[in-house]
Ligand binder design. Structure first.
Ligand code: BES
Ligand code: MN
Ligand code: ZN
Length: 506
């Protein structure tokens, strides 16, 4: 996908379709006003006659544009100006780009940077347009005999005014381009069914990413024998009921000049299907448990964005992958297992398996002397009750790290909300027979899952992202969302910026 940037009067732009955002009951924006003047008030007249109602997300194709150099106009409603903010901007951009990808055109231009969105600059708006373009272009057709036609769109030109910085716009578009492509990789991995996307398949993806990285990414795969030797019995216990062997996948990216600079570590939950195991889930909606590897998928998507953006930081990405199935070999409620850290765990519910694979991966992360560790997991249904489908749940043992993730969430508009990890909650995990139980009862199920992980992360700054509510959509639009690739990539870009700040200060 191409995102050229042009400082030019939109009246003169030659393109297949020009996308024009319009507020409801408000003056036309500068770009739209110029177009209106040059076309005998085409846009104003459409609004006045009631042929276009600029409510948020409403689109109207104008197939001819007399007086203008573009072949078509696509008007996009922004809704009311006084309540307009980031979420509305994103909805409008999504609606506009979706409509563009449905046209038989190769190139479009957009005047989105003149839409005022709080104090967001043209770079941020360009990034949102690039991310939205990838979202709109995404198709998951591989299993349909008659796939929907692939969109033709190849280029979206970002039109800016004299007062906008072309450099910032280009940089924003490049960031959004990398994140959008990464998020689509995440979506595809998430959407792939459990009979294809297995722990071995994910390991193969890591090797593929490494092979196409010109040596910038190294992949290490630990198979069951290696995990047994290591002592990762908790991770292994989850896959015991499955015929699919488990894997611990490690990807290393060195972007800092110093290979020994402390890396940031991402750890993804990669349960390629979660039946619940012996604590079997109810049948309804169980297909959605193929999405239980979306944490892992977001790690892959972020690694792919990092390979494109080349930040000067070191990154280690770890994916803990297993299939959770019932069988005669499966772990049973009441079983006691020994974790890689040495703590014993009483498995009171085999459906609380995410924490069992993550705890060993988090212990494994210690060996990298990390600057920070962030795990990403579809860990609890309870986070959907607490936060719904808009905010990712955040828990952390370090206030600076929590703040960094909150800020990255605001910047990327891929937001998080923090929940407490108070000591009082830890008591819910006590076990009569082992060091710790794997469930803490119904109250605060998201927090007690975080508390379980916190027992394994005492030696470094750590944060946990529960993405069970944000990683995929249910219902008619069923499919992986690509979240939180934008958040994670932003978090890593911010760490690079921190470093550069430190270097110039000294
Ligand atoms: N993968 C699920 C979490 C989940 C459930 C995500 C529903 C999205 C929708 C996780 O492994 C799980 O089963 N968690 C249990 C924990 C419980 C047994 C303590 C849950 O949330 O019910
Ligand atoms: Mn489960
Ligand atoms: Zn699960």
């Amino acid at each position: 996908m191409e995102f050229p940037v042009q400082t030019v009067n939109p009246v003169r732009v030659e393109t297949d379709c020009l996308l024009v955002p319009v507020f409801k009951n408000s003056e036309l924006l500068p770009g739209a006003a110029k177009l209106d003047d040059a076309s005998e008030r085409l846009i104003s007249q459409l609004i006045e006659r009631g042929d276009f109602n600029p409510t948020l997300g409403n689109v109207q194709l104008v197939p001819f544009a007399p007086g203008l150099n573009t072949d078509r106009l696509l008007l996009v409603g922004l809704g009311a100006k006084d309540t307009f903010q980031e979420s509305a901007f994103r909805s409008a951009v999504d609606a506009g780009l979706k409509a563009l990808t449905q046209l038989s055109i190769d190139a479009a231009a957009v005047t989105f940077t003149d839409v005022p969105v709080g104090d967001r600059d043209c770079g941020w708006k360009a990034r949102m347009v690039a991310e939205a373009t990838h979202r709109a272009l995404y198709r998951f057709n591989d299993f349909k005999s008659e796939p929907a036609p692939t969109p033709r769109l190849e280029s979206v030109t970002l039109l800016i005014s004299e007062s906008d910085s072309a450099e910032a716009t280009k940089a924003g578009a490049a960031t959004g381009d990398a994140i959008g492509a990464g998020a689509n990789l995440t979506r595809t991995l998430g959407n792939l069914p459990g009979n294809i996307c297995t722990p071995r398949y994910l390991a193969g993806k890591a090797e593929e990413l490494a092979a196409s990285s010109d040596g910038r990414l190294i992949a290490d795969i630990l198979d069951e024998e290696a995990l047994e030797t290591l002592g990762a019995h908790s991770l292994l216990s989850v896959g015991h009921g499955s015929d699919e062997p488990s894997r611990l996948i490690v990807m290393k990216y060195q972007g800092a000049d110093d290979p020994d600079e402390a890396p940031h570590v991402l750890v993804g939950k990669g349960i390629t299907f979660d039946s619940g195991g012996i604590s079997l889930k109810p049948g309804e909606g169980m297909d959605e448990m193929k999405f239980d590897m979306c944490g892992a998928a977001s790690v892959f998507g972020t690694v792919s964005a990092v390979l494109a953006l080349k930040p000067k930081i070191n990154l280690v990405a770890i994916v803990a992958s297993a299939e959770n199935m019932p069988s005669g070999h499966a772990t049973k409620p009441g079983d006691i297992i020994k974790t890689l850290k040495g703590l014993s765990v009483e498995v009171l519910n085999t459906d609380a398996e995410g924490r069992l694979v993550l705890c060993d991966a988090l212990t494994y992360a210690e060996r990298f002397n990390p600057a920070s560790v962030v795990d990403i997991a579809t860990l609890t249904g309870a986070v959907i009750i607490a936060l719904g489908h808009h905010a990712t749940g955040l828990m952390s043992n370090n206030d600076d790290l929590a703040l960094n993730l909150q800020e990255a969430g605001e910047t990327s508009w891929d937001r998080v909300w923090q929940l407490p990890l108070w000591d009082e909650y830890q008591e819910q995990l006590s076990s009569n027979f082992a060091d710790i139980a794997n469930i803490g009862g119904r109250p605060a199920g998201t927090v007690t899952a975080g508390c379980f992980l916190s027992r394994f992360t005492e030696s470094y700054p750590w944060a946990h992202l529960d993405i069970a509510g944000t990683a995929w959509h249910s219902g008619k639009q069923k499919g992986a969302s690509g979240r939180p690739v934008s958040l994670l990539t932003q978090y890593l870009l911010d760490r690079e910026a921190d470093r550069q700040g430190e270097n110039t200060n000294t």
